[in-house]
Design a protein around this ligand. Structure first.
Ligand code: HXC
Length: 268
């Protein structure tokens, strides 16, 4: 779909995306690149990161890939520093890496719970922390009144409760708390905007392949106000809005992009 935004809205910006090689993360990488940003991708699987970088470069987007796991602080530090070494600065951090599987609470081991908390919540915090010195106002490549920004990909699961998702709900609730607390503290001290996006069910993503039974497509009309799944594009353009100057006064919010699904109940 054609972009509603001008192609230069992120001109000159450098973005680092965890989980940026697949699913929603890759679509954000692509749209950021198409709107002027240079894009660094972090992912655990080197072959997938390399393929994503080739694909971005084939579109003329300056791109670099770094293998790493957000659970490993050394990886986080190395990837942030490699991004700055490659592109000269860092303007935008997108935390899109996530772990997920469906499991009932009684079948979930504490280590399974911890694993998702480590990826989604601690990983997000670690990446933010390692990026701070480059994102803050006066950091390398930026002026004394011009901080960068952070976007955290969340979910709506924890607004109510979700079957077989206790670990992910807890992890995303923590992500939203990180968004609000950093928006307050780093907004005040460092001029860094910190926002989130909470996607609803998005077609053609690893999350939907894992979590969305096929029947969701046939039953969704009963519960989904807009009667359809979202597209990765919907999340990427929301990210463009928040990352561009259009979002310059938005700080500490998590934008729900789900067609109104989380509000809905079956009609009867
Ligand atoms: C129960 C499981 C499990 C499963 C792993 N574990 N998979 N428990 N059911 N299906 C438990 C293991 O038993 C183990 O605990 C612990 O978790 C760690 O497992 P590992 O396999 O060693 O972990 P690791 O190799 O690090 O992989 C972690 C992973 C990850 C979370 C499974 O590989 C993963 O999910 N990757 C997929 C990424 C993904 O789907 N991304 C999209 C997210 S979508 P024990 O006790 O045995 O040691 C999303 C959207 C949410 O987040 C909102 C949707 C609307």
């Amino acid at each position: 779909m054609e972009s509603p935004f001008k192609p230069e809205i992120l001109k000159g910006k450098v973005a680092l995306l965890t989980g940026g090689a697949s699913g929603i993360g890759f679509e954000i990488s692509t749209q950021f690149g198409k709107h002027g940003a240079s894009v660094a991708i972090m992912g655990r699987r080197k072959a997938i990161v390399d393929a994503a970088v080739s694909s971005l470069r084939s579109l003329g987007i300056p791109a670099a890939g770094f293998a790493g796991d957000v659970r490993n602080q050394e990886d986080a530090k190395r990837v942030v520093e490699s991004t700055v070494a490659h592109f000269g600065k860092l303007d935008i951090l997108v935390n899109a890496a996530a772990g997920n599987f469906l499991v009932s609470p009684e079948d979930l081991s504490p280590n399974g719970f911890r694993t998702v908390m480590d990826i989604d919540s601690v990983g997000t915090f670690t990446m933010c922390r390692e990026s701070l010195k480059y994102l803050k106002k006066g950091g390398p490549g930026r002026t004394s009144d011009n901080g960068g920004l952070i976007l955290n990909i969340s979910a709506t699961l924890h607004y109510t409760a979700s079957w077989y998702q206790i670990h992910v709900s807890a992890a995303k609730a923590a992500v939203d708390a990180i968004t609000r607390n950093l928006a307050l503290e780093w907004g005040t001290d460092y001029d860094i905007r910190v926002n989130g996006i909470a996607p609803g069910p998005i077609s053609d993503t690893p999350g939907m392949r894992k979590l969305g039974p096929d029947e969701i497509n046939s039953t969704i009309r009963d519960v989904q106000p807009l009667f359809k799944l979202g597209e990765k594009w919907d999340i990427a353009v929301a990210a463009l809005y928040l990352a561009s100057d259009a979002g310059k006064y938005v700080n500490g919010t998590t934008l729900i992009v789900d067609g109104g699904l989380w509000l809905s109940r079956p009609r009867h």
